[in-house]
Design a protein around this ligand. Structure first.
Ligand code: AMP
Length: 176
C-alpha cells in the first residue's frame, strides 16, 4: 500500500542546489487515491487524541495540514514566512546551515487550551519543525505530536525536534 506512495515521490538530484537530492511529492498530489492514502496515514495515529488545532508549516505543509485538520475536526493554524500574516504575530528565529530564518504565527491562533498536531511534508534537519514546536509551546498549547509525510532519517531531524516527541512519518528515507 505504502509502496504506491513511495513510487509517487520523485527524486530530483541537485535541486535547489548541487548535492541536494530533492524528494518531490507533487506526483503524489496528482493521484487522488494516493493523496487520500497519504492524508489517512497522517491522521490515523492522532485520531483519538482530541486534537483541537492542526499547525501547518508553509508551504507544502499547508497542502497536507488542511485535509488533516478537516479529518480530525480541528482548526487549521498557518505558520508562515515573515510578513505574510496580516494581523498581530508571534515570531521565532532559527538557525539554518548558513544564516537565519524566521517563522510567524497569528498571536491569537493558539491558546493554552489547545491540543496541537504539527504537520509538514518533509522532516529534514528538523530546524523548521523545532522552531514550530517552540511557537506552539510558547503559546501555552499542548503538543500531542508531529506528522510528516516524509522523513529524511539520516539528517537527524528527530533528535533536533527532541527524541521524547511523538513523531510520526508516513514514508522514510533511507527505505526501511
Ligand atoms: P528542515 O528544516 O531541514 O527539516 O527542512 C525544512 C523544509 O525544507 C522541509 O519542510 C522541506 O519542505 C524542505 N526540504 C528540506 N530538504 C528537502 C529534500 N531533500 N527534499 C524535499 N524537501 C526538502
Amino acid at each position: 500500500m505504502l509502496e504506491n506512495l513511495y513510487r509517487l515521490v520523485r527524486d530530483v538530484p541537485d535541486f535547489p542546489k548541487p548535492g541536494i537530492l530533492f524528494r518531490d511529492i507533487t506526483p503524489l498530489l496528482l493521484s487522488p487515491p494516493a493523496f487520500r492514502l497519504a492524508v489517512d496515514q497522517l491522521v490515523e495515529p492522532f485520531r483519538s487524541d482530541g486534537i483541537t488545532k492542526v499547525v501547518a508549516i508553509e508551504s507544502r505543509g499547508f497542502v497536507f495540514g488542511a485535509p488533516v485538520a478537516l479529518a480530525l475536526g480541528a482548526g487549521l493554524v498557518l505558520v508562515r514566512k515573515p510578513s505574510k500574516l496580516p494581523a498581530a504575530t508571534r515570531r521565532v528565529e532559527y538557525q539554518l546551515e548558513y544564516g537565519k530564518d524566521v517563522l510567524e504565527v497569528h498571536a491569537d491562533a493558539l491558546t493554552a487550551s489547545d491540543r496541537v498536531l504539527i504537520v509538514d511534508d518533509v522532516l529534514a534537519t528538523g530546524g523548521t519543525a523545532a522552531a514550530t514546536v517552540w511557537l506552539v509551546e510558547q503559546a501555552g498549547s499542548q503538543l500531542l505530536g508531529l506528522g510528516m509525510l516524509l522523513e529524511l532519517a539520516d539528517l537527524g531531524g528527530r533528535a533536533r525536534v527532541g527524541a521524547h516527541r511523538r513523531m510520526h512519518s508516513v514514508l522514510r528515507y533511507p527505505r526501511p
